[in-house]
Design a protein around this ligand. Structure first.
Ligand code: JEE
Length: 256
């Protein structure tokens, strides 16, 4: 997979690319990450990439020239996505879609934004990683690269990909424990030490369901509510029912 990034802060991405999963993907030649700096495509003495907005107002806007020139010189993989606070939400579905392809490109803005002609005539689409305001697209680009590259075939062992399959089922995670079995008087749930693998599987799914109902009801809606099997599972572990409904205060409780 080839990913090209256009940024006036290539050092931020170079730092990122030197770490953990992404650096391993690059070393193993599963990922070809290329960085391009629009500042290398300026012609004035100050190497300007921004200017004040037509019509007035505060802040600066990125000029179209250096961006068009950098993109055209790179012959970078399409689609080219612009990262910005007003874009379509980047989510796991899009990460999965991008991981299936041969590559894509990311354009990181800075300042108050980018000249509209870049939106209209250069990029396919604007993406946003969430509803908060960053100072530029670089951190968002790292988020996209990390989410996509961990899904690239060959990135992880088969065991992990199987887990990925079942857990991109749209539920949040079940609680996990490691040694010691008792820590400061807090016990690991007995189910997990029972040795009954089928029981453990059912408990984990039940906990995932209960936590998703409690914390992310939108995800339950997205899978079109609870099935009869879901309800049976929740009942089996007493995670549903009673006049107060879901016993939310007990989820994740590790008291003896
Ligand atoms: C790229 C510049 C800063 C600050 C105007 C008007 C926006 C841009 N999820 C995400 N949040 N933020 C970004 C992101 C931010 C960026 C750039 C990505 C380039 N900035 C910037 C303020 C404004 N504001 C009122 O509504 C909010 C525009 C991002 C992503 N991806």
């Amino acid at each position: 997979m080839r990913i090209d990034v256009f940024t006036i802060f290539p050092e931020m991405l170079r730092q990122f690319a030197g770490h953990s999963l992404v650096s391993r993907a690059i070393r193993n030649e599963l990922l070809d990450l290329r960085l391009h700096d629009p500042r290398g495509h300026t012609s004035d003495a100050h190497r300007s990439v921004d200017d004040s907005p037509f019509g007035g107002g505060a802040g600066m806007v990125m000029m179209p020239g250096p961006i068009f020139d950098a993109v055209e010189a790179a012959d970078s993989p399409r689609p080219l996505y612009l990262l910005g606070p007003g874009g379509r939400r980047f989510d796991q579905d899009l990460a999965r879609e991008l991981a299936q392809g041969e590559g894509f490109s990311l354009l990181c803005g800075r300042y108050e934004g980018i000249d509209e002609r870049v939106h209209e005539h250069l990029v396919e689409e604007e993406l946003s990683i969430g509803d908060y305001v960053l100072s530029g697209g670089e951190v968002a680009a790292m988020v996209v690269i990390e989410a996509v590259s961990r899904l690239v075939p060959g990135m992880m062992g088969n065991a992990e990909s199987a887990t990925e399959e079942s857990f991109s089922s749209g539920l949040i995670e079940y609680p996990q424990y490691t040694r010691p079995a008792v820590f400061r008087g807090w016990h690991v749930p007995a189910v997990l030490r029972s040795g009954d693998h089928a029981l453990v599987e059912r408990w984990r799914l039940a906990m995932s369901l209960a936590r998703t109902i409690e914390r992310r009801p939108d995800l339950i809606e997205r899978r079109r509510g609870l099935s009869d099997e879901d309800l049976a599972l929740l009942r089996e572990f007493d995670l549903l029912g009673g006049p107060e409904g879901l016993a939310t205060e007990e989820l994740g409780d590790t008291e003896p």
